[in-house]
Design a protein around this ligand. Structure first.
Ligand SMILES: Nc1ncnc2c1ncn2[C@@H]1O[C@H](COP(=O)(O)OP(=O)(O)O)[C@@H](O)[C@H]1O
Ligand SMILES: [Mg+2]
Length: 259
């Protein structure tokens, strides 16, 4: 049997220039190992969302190459490629006119599963994200809380059994308590199912807590990548140090209050 490559995703010197000479991505190298979570962190406008769109070919690269499961994505059918990756959009991206079950069923239906398999998968996914099937399957997104909507977003993204999950600021719109609970649940889900995740975030604390490795992006470039411990121990420059300072200051303040 041929073992799949241990590197799920690799970006080599990827660039993207939008019309009007806007250089959103200026030469990015990334690598994501199987089963791991890589956080792509950085301030608004540094090119994070563009990087995700290049990976599932919602946008085409201007230069460099992206390998998915060892294959250059430029040689793959973009539609097939997109269905093999889960996508958790910024906000929640649910279709408002589809029920919860309808939203979760989208990719399995596109993949041509029969209706019995689709229904079984919807049940299984709602259970995995801890939403009661009887209570939630028939509801519409506007009858859900923010946290519940995001749970449906995860269920939908994972329903087609993707190897790779792309997430764009998935916890950004949630209150801190909901966010914390959902982060913990998400990490348990990843351990249980074994998929690999590339998570975009502007929140450095979130990146440190959740990621196996963090790549810090600034103005279309990766300025540092390493484990959370490596970043904390030796930030590469003042920008990375400044991003780390916010969670550090909060931790110090809490420690002071507790003392
Ligand atoms: N479709 C587009 N056309 C032109 N410029 C774009 C487009 N999408 C993003 N940009 C620009 O590219 C840069 C990076 O944007 P983006 O990838 O959305 O950053 P981030 O997700 O880190 O906030 C920004 O300057 C943004 O204005
Ligand atoms: Mg963005």
């Amino acid at each position: 049997m041929i073992e799949p490559p241990t590197t799920v995703l690799e970006a080599r010197q990827v660039t993207k220039t939008y019309p009007g000479d806007i250089r959103a991505v200026a030469g990015v190298d990334l690598s994501l190992e199987r089963g791991q979570l890589l956080a792509l962190a950085g301030s608004s406008g540094c090119g994070k969302t563009t990087m995700l769109k290049l990976i599932n070919r919602l946008e085409e690269t201007s230069g460099g190459s992206i390998l998915y499961e060892g294959q250059d994505i430029a040689t793959l059918d973009p539609v097939v490629l997109r269905r093999s990756m889960g996508w958790v959009m910024q906000g929640d991206g649910l279709f408002p006119h589809y029920t919860v079950a309808g939203n979760v069923a989208i990719v399995p239906r596109l993949l041509g599963w029969d209706e019995a398999a689709v229904t079984a998968r919807v049940r299984e996914m709602l259970e995995l994200v801890r939403l009661d099937y009887a209570e939630f399957a028939g509801r519409y997104p506007d009858a859900l809380s923010g946290g519940q909507r995001q749970r449906v977003g995860f269920a939908r993204a994972l329903a087609g059994k993707p190897d790779l999950l792309l997430m764009d600021e998935p916890f950004g719109a949630l209150d801190p308590i909901t966010r914390d609970g959902l982060q913990q649940d998400f990490m348990a889900l990843q351990t249980q199912l074994g998929f690999s995740t590339l998570m975009v975030t502007h929140d450095m604390a979130e990146a440190l807590i959740m990621a196996d490795r963090v790549a810090v992006m600034r103005d279309g470039l990766i300025v540092q990548s390493g484990t959370p411990g490596e970043l904390l121990k030796s930030p590469a420059d003042d920008y990375v140090a400044a991003l780390l300072e916010t969670p550090r200051r909060q931790m110090r303040r809490i420690a002071e209050l507790e003392a």
